[in-house]
Ligand binder design. Structure first.
Ligand code: PLP
Length: 387
């Protein structure tokens, strides 16, 4: 087994060597501006358009419905703020309390500007209450945003059900698929999605590139002022090597999706079984059924996440106390709050997210290290005798 054991694939992933290889010529001989008319520009443009076709095929969309962005955060902002600006007559917004901050914060900004923002209820596993959603739609609802898979607890939503509901009521439907794209099958036509955000660095493409799928005919204001790139939707010289890398990573992840899903589900469920048998006082967070294949999330009674992470790091294991964005914060995550994990228990949250390099040996080593660390920390804090 090689060290480090990297178990933070939901935070970011290394660029795959085949992805890097595909990108390299676009830094040198194919360096042109994709908007230029001469042949060096055309070579860059071909690379971009090829990637656009790959992404569109993966989503069951058309190439003209793909807008390249600088990542998931920009795609979320573009979708939510752009939709609000283009539909000023509707003032009601619906989302969930477990969204990423890249969705919550643009919506909260709109709320400060006078929009009415409401949260769809979620249950203890982080599943959004569909029946409540049907009751909460209004004639002035502008859009509904429900994430496909949660970045902390890995809970997967029935996106097709929300898409179909919104389409039937003439309401825009956006989903943040940053965690699921490349890992779960997505068909934007069948799922009736109007806008979908994705990000390259979660699937072995580089950081700083992503995309927003925008269904043809969706009213959306221009997000970034500047040149006329991306059919006038997003000004700015295209990140050609990044886009080419995203195309290649999309191709690779989709080719391996079925076998990787089966492999990771087996590892994940094996780990949960061993974990609960080995360490007392463990609460598994999220759904056991509707769960990302690569996500392991649990709370440990009587310990804080941070010292556990430090001990794991000292043993060469990279893990997370929650989402990367809230790392370093002492406040329990908003996702754990929303699914009603008690504050004390939420402090002992740990997220392990697997990827292509994860095997059983790595997980066995992690479990052994974790078990030892938790016993030591509980002894130190005097909480061992309380369970
Ligand atoms: N949405 C979700 C669900 C995420 O997990 C993340 C990143 O962790 C983002 C959005 C932001 O994506 P990016 O890092 O590409 O800006």
């Amino acid at each position: 087994m090689e060290l480090p054991v990297y178990l933070d694939h939901s935070a970011t992933t290394p660029v795959a060597s085949a992805v890097l290889e595909e990108m390299l010529p676009y830094f040198t001989e194919r360096f042109g501006n994709a908007s230029a008319l001469y042949s060096v520009g055309a070579a860059a443009r071909d690379g971009v358009e090829n990637a656009r076709e790959i992404l569109a095929a993966a989503l069951h969309a058309s190439p003209d419905e793909i807008v390249f962005t600088s990542g998931g955060t920009e795609a979320d902002n573009m979708a939510l703020r752009g939709a609000a600006e283009a539909n000023p007559q509707r003032r009601h917004l619906l989302t969930t309390p477990i969204e990423h901050h890249a969705v919550l914060e643009p919506l909260e900004r709109l709320q400060h500007q006078g929009y009415e923002l409401e949260m769809l209820p979620v249950d203890g596993e982080g599943r959004v209450d569909f029946a409540a959603a049907t009751q909460m739609l209004r004639s002035d609802t502008l859009l509904v945003s429900v994430m496909h898979a949660n970045n902390e607890i890995g809970t997967i939503q029935d996106i097709a059900a929300f898409g179909t509901l919104c389409r039937a009521h003439g309401i825009l439907f956006h989903t943040d698929a940053v965690q699921s794209f490349g890992k779960l099958g997505i068909d934007v036509r069948r799922m009736q999605i109007d806008m979908l955000s994705l990000s390259g660095h979660k699937l072995h493409a580089p950081k700083g590139v992503g995309a927003l799928y925008v269904r043809r005919g969706t009213p959306l204001a221009r997000f970034m002022e500047g040149g006329g790139q991306e059919r006038g939707r997003r000004g700015g010289t295209l990140n050609v090597p990044g886009i080419v890398g995203l195309g290649k990573a999309t191709e690779l992840s989709h080719a391996q999706m079925a076998s990787e899903t089966a492999r990771l589900i087996e590892l994940r469920d094996w780990f949960f079984e061993r974990l609960t048998a080995t360490i007392p006082g463990v609460r598994i967070c999220g759904s056991r059924v509707h769960r990302m294949p690569n996500n392991i999330h649990f709370c440990l009674d009587g310990v804080q996440g941070e010292p556990v992470l430090l001990a794991l790091d000292a043993a060469g294991i990279c893990a997370s106390a929650g989402s990367a964005c809230s790392a370093g914060s002492t406040e329990p995550s908003h996702v754990l709050k929303a699914i009603c994990v008690p504050r004390e228990q939420a402090r002992g949250a740990l997220r392990l997210t697997m990827g292509g390099s994860t095997d059983q040996a790595a997980l066995e080593y992690t479990l052994e290290t974790l078990s030892r660390t938790v016993s030591e920390l509980r002894l130190l804090s005097g909480s061992a005798g309380r369970r």
